[in-house]
Every structure is written in C-alpha cells, then in structure tokens.
Design a protein around this ligand. Structure first.
Ligand SMILES: [Mg+2]
Ligand SMILES: [Zn+2]
Length: 179
C-alpha cells in the first residue's frame, strides 16, 4: 500500500474562478508552482489524486464530456512535467443530492480502494474548510491549507499564503513513501 497526496482543484491546481466555475480550457489557469509541488509528491513515491466538486455539471452549465475534456487538457500539460494525476474523481452533483460531495469522505475512500492507498500516511491540499474536513472525515492526517478569501474554521496542519510555497513545504515535510 502506498500513500497519496489528494489535491483539491479550483484554488489549488488552478487559480480559483471565484464564485463561478471553470467552464472551458481557455479559462483554466494553473496556479504558479503547482507542477513543482506535484512533482515532489511523485518523486517521493506518493499517488496523486484529484478530488474536486464540479457542481457546474449538475447545474447544466457544462456537460460531463466537457469537464472530461478540461481534465484531459490539464493532464496533457502536467504530463510534460511528469506531474500528472493517477486518478481524477469529480463530484458533479447538486449539493444535497449525492453521497460523494465534500466533506463526505466518499471520493477519498473510492480512491483508496481503487489504488490500494494507505490513508494513514496520506496528505491533502485544499483551500476550503470542506477540503480539510474531508481529510479529517477520511482519516487523512496531514493537511495543507492554501489561504483564500474563506475565513478558516477547520484547522489544517500546515497553512500557506499561496501555492507558490507548496513545493518547498512538501520538500521539507513529506516523508519518502517507501521509508
Ligand atoms: Mg477549492
Ligand atoms: Zn456527488
């Protein structure tokens, strides 16, 4: 069993679209430094898993196929840095209509069973209380919060002002997965 680093998408992998959604690849903008952070995780032997809520599909603003296309483009770019995700899980449902939406641990548990992950040694990076609470609910002990305009109520182990410091933080604190 290997550990994973779980990443939220909007506000972590890509610049937050604010109150709206990323509805096309043209408006998807990688957060500066995220490729380096993903690479640190991969080099240390961690699985890379994206767990994202994309209610825009449930609302009919884009189709599942359009969301998949955005993720395909994202993976193609990340692959050039050797930093692509091993698995992408997206809750596309309207809030209150499913069992997978964060802070439910459903997506993390699903990833754990598909990839045979050791959650007790896993990490999560997010920018919202919901993300940190998801990690807590799933028994993922190590959390990194990227500060955003949301007032933090759920306390993470580590906090950063921006994704730019993430590679350095992980290089300092992320143990070798095989150690
Ligand atoms: Mg987010
Ligand atoms: Zn869902």
């Amino acid at each position: 069993m290997r550990p994973a680093v779980f990443f939220d998408r909007d506000g972590v992998v890509n610049v937050s679209p604010g109150a709206g959604y990323v509805l096309s690849w043209d408006t998807f903008e990688f957060s500066p430094g995220v490729e380096e952070a993903l690479k640190v995780c991969r080099n240390r032997g961690y699985a890379l898993v994206l767990v994202t809520s994309q209610q825009c599909v449930g609302k009919g603003l884009i189709t599942q196929a359009e969301l998949d296309e955005i993720h395909l483009q994202m993976q193609t770019q990340l692959q050039q840095h050797g930093a692509q995700f091993d698995l992408i899980l997206a809750c596309t449902h309207l809030a209150g209509t499913c069992e997978c939406r964060k802070p439910s641990p459903w997506m993390i548990n699903e990833a754990a069973s598909r990839l045979n992950l050791d959650l007790s040694r896993s990490w999560l990076v997010g920018d919202h209380d919901r993300d940190i609470q998801t990690a807590i609910n799933a028994g993922v002990p190590q959390t990194v919060r990227i500060l955003s305009h949301h007032e933090p109520k759920v306390i993470a182990r580590h906090t950063l002002d921006s994704v730019q410091g993430l590679a350095t933080l992980l290089a300092r604190h992320l143990p070798e997965a095989h150690a």
